[in-house]
Design a protein around this ligand. Structure first.
Ligand SMILES: Cc1cc2nc3c(=O)[nH]c(=O)nc-3n(C[C@H](O)[C@H](O)[C@H](O)COP(=O)(O)O)c2cc1C
Length: 300
């Protein structure tokens, strides 16, 4: 779904009038007529889902409470999921973790000065700084694999060490790394280029509702969740853990950004369908769960 389609559906489902929808969603008259003609089924689905999801939050909590008699796929011997996925493409090495000169900032200072940062210095991040940021939130310090279990261990905690996240980066300004969309390999600590077409930037910006931080951040982190990694062990309750795990990832990135005189802004407002489409993930077995724009502070 692109931003215009979203705009039409958003305002239409809020009962805006034709002229208002055209203005707010920045449509032409022809585009409006096209959507009216072609999105009837989509609208019907939205209205149907609305009824079903009326109490989805409460139902989710109730239906994912600890149910002791439930046998998980792990307990019943189902094949274990892989701990990381593979993406093919041009490999881009990163400086080794630990290559960065550490500032002497204390942890208490990093915690107390952390704020969401939405405007960044115009320059590039260094590759060492990017390596440091990745180390803090997504790097795997260990990888263990056998027939029954495969896990990574990282600098963030994760329920059952399932680490259900994959990390993608929209690199705009990092020294020595060409702009593009990358997949981060947490064990090999390298990037895999998956899209260097300049259009991908505009799409991601659209997918994040053109929020200012995404349009000017040197790097934007996009994490997807692979829910079965966690659900294999915990069943549907595992879905709760995805969101708990994600918070740790975000906070480590926040603090690591502070330590290099930078900052981050977490992003929960994004267009799911579009972001999933851009990353070429299906939205069910893998879906975008969290986004963060990161850059250096502007000089005062
Ligand atoms: C889950 C989550 C989603 C967020 N989504 C957005 C977002 O889409 N856009 C934005 O500008 N800020 C977003 N933020 C940042 C919050 O607005 C910010 O943390 C809050 O206003 C408190 O400010 P502080 O982080 O500077 O303390 C998000 C934060 C979290 C934790």
């Amino acid at each position: 779904m692109d931003a215009k389609t979203f705009g039409y559906l958003y305002y239409k489902t809020r009962d805006y009038l034709r002229a208002d929808i055209i203005r707010e969603a920045r449509l032409t008259e022809e585009e409006y007529d096209f959507y009216e003609e072609n999105l009837k089924l989509v609208l019907e689905e939205i209205y149907r889902d609305r009824v079903i999801s009326e109490n989805i939050g409460g139902d989710f909590v109730r239906l994912t409470r600890y149910i002791y008699d439930r046998i998980s796929d792990q307990e019943s011997g189902k094949t274990r999921p892989d701990a990381i996925k593979t993406r093919s493409g041009e490999i881009v090495s990163l400086p080794a973790v630990g290559a960065i000169e550490h500032s002497s900032m204390s942890l208490s200072q990093a915690i107390s000065q952390r704020r969401s940062l939405r405007k960044y210095a115009p320059g590039e991040l260094s590759a060492e700084e990017l390596s440091w940021l990745l180390w803090s939130c997504s790097w795997a310090r260990d990888f263990r694999s056998n027939e029954r279990m495969e896990i990574t261990l990282r600098n963030v905690p994760s329920a059952g060490a399932r680490h259900p996240f994959e990390c993608y980066l929209m690199v705009r300004k990092v020294k020595g790394i060409k702009p593009g969309l990358y997949y981060y390999h947490p064990v090999k600590h390298c990037l895999v280029l998956i899209n260097e077409n300049s259009e991908v930037f505009a799409k991601i910006e659209d997918g994040c509702f053109n929020q200012e931080m995404v349009t000017n951040a040197p790097v934007t982190f996009i994490w997807t969740a692979v829910p079965y990694r966690t659900a294999w062990r915990y069943g549907q309750r595992g879905y709760r853990y995805l969101y708990l795990d994600a918070g740790h990832v975000g906070q480590n990135l926040h603090l690591a950004a502070e330590a290099i005189e930078g900052g981050a802004c977490m992003i929960g407002a994004y267009l799911d369908e579009l972001m999933n489409e851009i990353l070429e993930v299906d939205g069910v077995n893998e879906f975008v769960i969290y986004i963060a724009a990161v850059g250096k502070k502007q000089e005062k």
